[in-house]
Design a protein around this ligand. Structure first.
Ligand code: ZN
Ligand code: FE
Ligand code: FE
Ligand code: ZN
Length: 267
């Protein structure tokens, strides 16, 4: 059986993706998907960051743009509207206002910032040299737990993102991952298998198999996402993602509608 829902893709409004939403939809149909969700980067809550996320002014445009393709192209595929929202401690009220400003089908909560450092941004890659890699990972997992505890998110995005450029912890962080899995289970969030890691220096999906196994054993549900920033990447490597899911024992994944689990799909 096939994975037929890709729940993580972007639009040019974030400033670092290419291709019109319609092209993403067409590629999804071509790849044999039955459902997709647009999850572009929600406006940054501490300061506008054009080139990283859409701005507040662009949010209504995003909603209208996705509704437009939904209206025109829904015959061939289910189209969900979502956001990928950063988790920045201290800005919960503003984050909540954004994610509740429209009937989104789900919100992906992603940690891309540690102490104001966008650690996955290639332009700040040199900062890795001045940070203790183990400390970065510890802080990262603590932020993942906090983000799940907000209750804002249905899905936690690419949940071992610090490995993107190849930086690996030099100590065993199993306790951190176990603690995170426990919080994910308690708060009801899903994790995603995100295939974009295969296209990054690390050349590995998020999360790593050992990490995903811990989430599965804790009973954390699953979604799939390509994190496409280019229409050609929609549904990419989903055969590998399915293998990974099955190899750690997942039997199903979730699709959402208006922030509720709509269906559990067997794999
Ligand atoms: Zn992006
Ligand atoms: Fe992300
Ligand atoms: Fe993304
Ligand atoms: Zn992402």
């Amino acid at each position: 059986m096939l994975v037929f829902a890709d729940y993580h893709m972007h639009t040019p409004l974030c400033g670092h993706a290419i291709g019109e939403p319609e092209e993403y939809v067409k590629q999804a149909v071509k790849m044999g998907l039955k459902e997709i969700g647009f999850s572009d980067h929600a406006p940054m809550v501490h300061k506008p960051m054009p080139g990283i996320t859409m701005t507040m002014d662009e949010l209504p445009k995003y909603n209208a743009m996705i509704e437009d393709v939904r209206k025109r192209l829904s015959g061939s595929i289910n189209i969900k509207i979502a956001l990928e929202s950063d988790f920045l401690p201290g800005y919960e009220a503003k984050t909540k206002a954004i994610i509740n400003s429209y009937p989104y089908d789900y919100i992906i909560g992603s940690v891309h910032f540690i102490d104001d450092w966008a650690f996955d941004d290639p332009s700040t890659r040199e900062y890795w040299k001045v940070h203790d890699v183990n400390e970065v990972y510890r802080k990262y997992y603590a932020l993942l737990r906090k983000s799940a505890q907000t209750g804002f998110f249905q899905i936690i995005g690419h949940c071992d993102l610090p490995k993107k450029f190849g930086a690996r912890p030099t100590i065993d962080l199993t306790d951190e991952i176990n603690a995170t899995a426990k919080v994910f289970k308690e708060t009801g969030v899903a994790v995603e298998i995100n295939t974009a890691g295969l296209r990054k220096p690390v050349a590995e999906m998020y999360p790593a198999p050992g990490c995903l196994k811990i989430y599965r054993e804790a009973g954390v549900p699953l979604t799939f996402g390509s994190d496409a920033h280019d229409p050609r990447d929609v549904g990419r490597d989903f055969d590998k993602a399915l293998d990974l899911a099955q190899s750690v024992g997942y039997k199903e994944y979730l699709v959402f509608k208006q922030k509720k689990i709509e269906k559990r799909i067997k794999i």
